[in-house]
Ligand binder design. Sequence first.
Ligand SMILES: C[S@@+](CC[C@H](N)C(=O)[O-])C[C@H]1O[C@@H](n2cnc3c(N)ncnc32)[C@H](O)[C@@H]1O
Length: 345
Amino acid sequence: MAASGNLGSFRLPPLPTIRELIKLFRLQAAKQLSQNFLLDLRLTDKIVRKAGNLTNAYVYEVGPGPGGITRSILNANVADLLVVEKDTRFIPGLQMLSDAAPGKLRIVHGDVLTFKIEKAFPESLKRHWEDDPPNIHIIGNLPFSVSTPLIIKWLENVSCRDGPFTYGRTQMTLTFQKEVAERLTATKGSKQRSRLSIMAQYLCSVEHIFTIPGQAFVPKPEVDVGVVHFTPLIRPKIEQPFKLVEKVVQSAFQFRRKYCHHGLGMLFPAAQRLESTGRLLQLADVDPTLRPTQLSVLHFKNLCDIYRKMCDKDPQLFAYNFREELKQSRSKNQTKDSDKESCGL
Ligand SMILES: C[S@@+](CC[C@H](N)C(=O)[O-])C[C@H]1O[C@@H](n2cnc3c(N)ncnc32)[C@H](O)[C@@H]1O
């Protein structure tokens, strides 16, 4: 009985290859838009396989371009695939795929940075946060200039449980420049440990599943590409507002080679810096002579919790920006110098 989508199977009918499609629709990659296409269907199949079991799944593909990954997703027997593509040139090729997979592929000509996914899938797919992830997956090979700001935005959405995470703990499989993939998954003490490692790992379980060599893309980018899988955690490892965590983490990594107290000190106005940084580190039980790369997510949890208490006591503190203070003190000094010059001192 083929009524259940679990048992039914779908294969795309024979179609022109992606290479032929690129020729047919004159889809030369726009270098200025960092368009690098994956034409090898074994690789696109591998990305899709690693995203999980997509049988009957609802999938949101970002930046489908000429549709290599799109074909693999359709062949994975999904219930519904929604693609959002910014470049008009790709729409006719995607339309051809949609005709070949009736009722399965929805095409939006739009920008993933602004597209609102929260109403795109049926309400019935929603799961409680504590339940297993919903049967919705995000998959994409985007330009690197888009994938990093997008993952920061989506991590904030994870923390607020909105955007793609109104449905529950939606899983994501996305590509990044290999170095960024390494930063996202870097463990304590490793050279690649950075702001991104903490921001991703306090909210999600993050796995660098495999690396695709640059030469697999057309045209070949300068770098290799890492495929990263994210599953939001039931309970974030830091239970503070995203912006607060971001501020503490950013400050700590301000001077990545110095002891962590240097960067963390930038959370406080110069006049109280020494005393407040000492208090923060002591109450958070963090050794001031650790380097930022040696701090664990638990260290950051403690730092964020104590910093939050300090902000609650001093409502001006969170708005403090050390760069602003630096700018102001520089311009004051310049005024003093020019006053001295005009007095002939
Ligand atoms: C690196 S190419 C990859 C194309 C295809 N996914 C593949 O793997 O062959 C990135 C694609 O994302 C699209 N894109 C770039 N920025 C976008 C945005 N902000 N919103 C939607 N699509 C975008 C580009 O037009 C391009 O088709």
